[in-house]
Design a protein around this ligand. Structure first.
Ligand code: IPE
Ligand code: IPE
Ligand code: MG
Length: 252
């Protein structure tokens, strides 16, 4: 078993991103409707927030609903939206009291009005909190985010606020939602449920993120599973294109 004290002795990932997958399969295993899995998934989110805050992670970003998820059966989409509204209302006070700051990324305008309203209320209430920043990716897709950046850049060029020759990686990054909200790139990405893909999540931001895949279905994902993922991360060497010799000898 991985202890929290061991974890705290080593480098803590400053930003953990999670693809919370497997709710439907979990529910099916129990002989229940898919939405039951989503309800149970909220418990795992609560536990992940608590664990991240305890360990000293600064940012936790969870994939709650993708742009592609709009193509699911309308009954499931509606149930997910109302579950989201309920969670925003129910968790608001406890998130506030635990000093958690909530932010959201994604095409928020696509969400039903009550969803937008409750999400905004949660963001407003927790905006000055300073412990963990909890980022909800909802109606989020990287291709949408990057297209949005391209559109904003084009507008700035058209309005003579940006020179085409000045567009480079750093310029583009400034138009990416996470950057605009002050959220750094993830250090560790966790995907549950034995799926080995990114599913349009944080494509720009994951360029140098450590990837961790587990067979555990999201509703079964516990504090222990999260600590195990962090422990795995702490055993890796991040080279960012350099060699081990450069990293360990601190040479250029
Ligand atoms: C993840 O669980 C939650 C959302 C995508 C909203 P799924 O609903 O994708 O569950 P599986 O992958 O079908 O088991
Ligand atoms: C990714 O899960 C999106 C979320 C977890 C919200 P999906 O279940 O939608 O991903 P695919 O379709 O299996 O790639
Ligand atoms: Mg899935």
């Amino acid at each position: 078993m991985v202890s929290i004290d061991d974890i705290k002795q080593k480098t803590i990932p400053s930003h953990i991103a999670i693809i919370m997958d497997g709710n439907g399969r979990w529910a099916k295993q129990q002989g229940k409707d898919r939405i039951f899995g989503h309800y149970q998934g909220v418990e795992s989110v609560r536990e992940a927030i608590k664990t991240c805050a305890e360990v000293g992670v600064s940012y936790l970003t969870v994939y709650a609903f993708s742009t592609e998820n709009w193509n699911r059966d309308p009954a499931e989409v509606n149930a997910l939206m109302s579950l989201f509204v309920d969670a925003c209302i129910k968790e608001k006070d406890s998130l506030y009291e635990n000093n958690i700051c909530v932010k959201a990324i994604g095409d928020i305008e696509m969400l039903p009005t009550d969803c937008q309203k409750q999400l905004q209320a949660l963001i407003d209430k927790t905006q000055f909190n300073t412990a963990l920043t909890f980022v909800i990716a909802i109606s989020y897709g990287s291709r949408w985010e990057i297209s949005r950046a391209a559109r904003l850049i084009a507008e700035d060029v058209k309005n003579n606020q940006l020179d085409v020759n000045d567009i480079n990686e750093n310029t583009l990054e400034k138009y990416i939602q996470t950057y605009q909200l002050g959220i750094p790139d993830p250090d560790l990405l966790i995907r549950t449920s034995s799926e080995y893909r990114i599913s349009n999540y944080l494509l720009w931001q994951l360029a140098y993120t450590e990837l961790y895949f587990t067979k555990v279905l999201w509703p079964d994902f516990t504090r222990e599973n999260l600590l195990k993922a962090i422990d795995d991360f702490q055993r890796r060497t991040r080279r960012f294109g350099k060699t081990n010799e450069q990293i360990f000898n601190q040479t250029k």
